[in-house]
Design a protein. Structure first.
Length: 172
C-alpha cells in the first residue's frame, strides 16, 4: 500500500491536515466508474511544459494512465519520466507528482484492462498495450501504451467538509 512518509499541513485557516487515506479512497471509489478528467503534465525536450487529458485509473494502490505511443506526452515521458497528474475528485482537488514508466508486464496489463472494462472502456491487451473499439482521436492507432505513476509527492485541497489542505511525500 502506498503510504506517505511525511505529511505537511498546508491549510492556513486552522483546519487539520488532510489524511492521505481521503485521497486514496476517493481515487479507489471514483475510478474508473465516474466521469473524471485527469491531466498529465510533462516536460518537452526543450524544457517547455506540456499538458494533456488522459484516461487514468487507480488500481491496487497505483495510478495508471494510457497514451498513444506517438503522442507528445509519450515522447516526453520517454525522454524524461518526471510528470504530474491532476484531477478534481468529489470533494478534493488532487495533484500527484512522480515518474511515469511504460508497463509491459502481461499480468499487469491484463489486471488494469479488466478494471478499465468494469468502468465501460472495453480494453483488451494486444502487442504490449491496449486495443479497444474507441479511444481519444488524438491518441493515434492502437496499441496504446499503459504507464504506471510512481508517486513522489501529492497535494490535496478539500473542496468539501472537512476542509483542509495537505502535501504528502512518499519515499523514493
Amino acid at each position: 500500500m502506498t503510504e506517505p512518509t511525511a505529511t505537511q499541513n498546508l491549510d492556513r485557516s486552522g483546519s487539520a491536515a488532510l489524511p492521505w487515506s481521503r485521497a486514496r479512497d476517493l481515487l479507489a471509489t471514483q475510478t474508473p466508474k465516474e466521469d473524471l478528467t485527469f491531466f498529465v503534465g510533462t516536460v518537452r525536450p526543450d524544457g517547455r511544459p506540456h499538458a494533456a487529458g488522459v484516461g487514468a485509473i487507480w488500481v491496487d494502490d497505483t495510478l495508471y494512465f494510457v497514451s498513444g505511443p506517438g503522442t507528445r506526452r509519450a515522447r516526453n515521458l520517454a525522454a524524461n519520466p518526471a510528470c504530474s497528474v491532476s484531477v478534481r475528485l468529489r470533494g478534493l482537488d488532487l495533484t500527484m507528482e512522480g515518474e511515469a514508466h511504460r508497463v509491459a508486464e502481461p499480468e499487469v496489463l491484463e489486471r488494469v484492462a479488466a478494471v478499465y472494462r468494469e468502468g465501460g472502456w472495453p480494453a483488451t491487451v494486444e502487442d504490449g498495450g491496449f486495443n479497444a473499439p474507441f479511444m481519444a482521436a488524438s491518441a493515434g492507432p492502437a496499441p496504446w501504451h499503459l504507464y504506471r505513476l510512481t508517486l513522489h509527492r501529492a497535494v490535496g485541497v478539500a473542496t468539501a467538509e472537512p476542509h483542509g489542505a495537505a502535501r504528502w511525500d512518499f519515499s523514493r
